[in-house]
Design a protein around this ligand. Structure first.
Ligand SMILES: *Cc1c(COP(=O)(O)O)cnc(C)c1O
Length: 367
């Protein structure tokens, strides 16, 4: 795997399987009659927006979401003019002009954003597209029901605007039995009646798996495109999109009572072979994997021992043939059987955090 010179010099290599991302997009899009968008925030969840966005456009994706305005500005030149880019946070105060100038559609989340976008439409003397987000109970982003009622009491509340999407976001879609799902859907139904005929969107990755009642006109998956399991506890129907390999820096024999790593938390019992591997928390390999993570070397799964350091960590490779654990030997950290969700479970977090933390320090390869 560590073929090229750049790869051989780097501490670790992140391989992004664009074919898997594309296959995941096709699979999700085929689940609904709705259109399927792609969420690109946080550099396509760490996989690299520059590569992922055009790959999905080739799959027929024409609607993209970023979180921040600057992400949308970076995404714009990667896509053709026929693609729509929505900025989920809306323009920060004072930036509506930038948003319009770059051909981005803001998601308007509160009365202030709505007023600013309308003022810009007036100043430009042309109609501006807008997505309207409604808060259906998550209390994160979106116009609150009371604000919506107050706004819409003014018949001109959308003057100068062309609403092209009405959306909301589910708080508990990864727990299909959670009553919040149906409650939010009902609130969405009730609130969106104020925007008749406007295309609607409710489902993130997990929301798609809640069934057709949640699909509306546009699906908004992020995580599932990148291989995170949208139905925790069930087999993952999607393909892993990343693999991560580091290398052995050094191997030693430790004897009874020796300690491994900072803080002396791992005490060796008996004679063990310990490999130091070139990845640490500065690479986004979470420090909470100390003493809990796993890796694969020479076909065997071995445990992380001791604390994860900034640039390295220890593996107990006792039992792996010496010939396979030499300096330079490849160590798999993420792959088909060491999934993003497995690593997340060991680290006490979610796959989203594992993926989005993977640093820019790696050598990256795209397949
Ligand atoms: C992040 C996000 C998504 C995508 O969610 P996934 O769970 O990654 O599919 C969709 N909609 C909104 C509003 C988001 O913030």
């Amino acid at each position: 795997m560590l073929h090229s010179v750049e790869a051989a010099r780097a501490g670790a290599v992140l391989t992004v399987d664009l074919g898997a991302v594309r296959a995941n997009y096709r699979q999700l899009a085929a689940m609904a009659r709705a259109r399927c968008a792609a969420v690109m925030k946080a550099d396509a969840y760490g996989l690299g927006m520059e590569q992922v966005a055009p790959a999905l456009a080739q799959e027929g994706c024409t609607v993209f979401f970023t979180a921040h305005l600057d992400e949308g500005i970076r995404l714009r030149p990667l896509l053709g003019p026929g693609c729509a880019i929505y900025v989920l946070h809306g323009p920060p105060p004072g930036t509506a002009g930038d948003c319009a100038a770059h051909g981005l559609v803001p998601v308007l989340n509160d009365p202030g954003q709505l007023h600013e976008w309308r003022a810009l439409a007036r100043a430009l003397g042309r109609e501006l597209q807008a997505a309207i987000q409604l808060d259906t109970g998550m209390s994160r982003m979106g116009i609150a029901p009371a604000d919506l009622a107050a706004l819409s009491a003014d018949p001109g509340w959308l003057d100068g605007l062309r609403p092209v999407l009405v959306m909301s976001h589910l708080a508990s879609a990864d727990e299909p039995a959670h009553p919040m799902n149906a409650a939010q859907r009902e609130r969405f139904e009730r609130l969106r009646a104020i925007l008749p005929g406007v295309p609607a969107s409710l489902a993130n990755s997990s929301g798609i798996f809640l069934g057709p009642d949640y699909h509306y006109d546009l699906l908004r998956p992020g995580a599932a495109l990148y291989g995170i399991n949208p139905q925790p506890g069930n087999p993952n129907p999607l393909r892993q999109a990343v693999s991560l390999h580091a290398r052995v820096v050094q191997v030693r024999t430790a004897i009874d009572g020796d300690v491994v790593g900072y803080g002396c938390h791992h005490v060796v019992a008996g004679a063990r072979r310990i490999a130091t591997v070139s990845i640490g928390y500065a690479d986004g390999w979470l420090r909470s994997l100390s003493g809990r993570g796993q890796a694969r070397i020479g076909g065997q799964v071995v445990p992380v021992v001791g604390r994860v350091s900034m640039d390295s960590m220890g593996l107990d490779v006792t039992g792996v043939p010496d010939s396979l654990v030499q300096p330079g030997a490849e160590v798999e950290l993420l792959g088909p059987t060491l999934t993003v969700d497995d690593v997340a479970a060991a680290a006490g977090t979610i796959g989203y955090e594992v993926l989005t933390r993977l640093g820019s320090r790696f050598h990256r390869r795209y397949r």
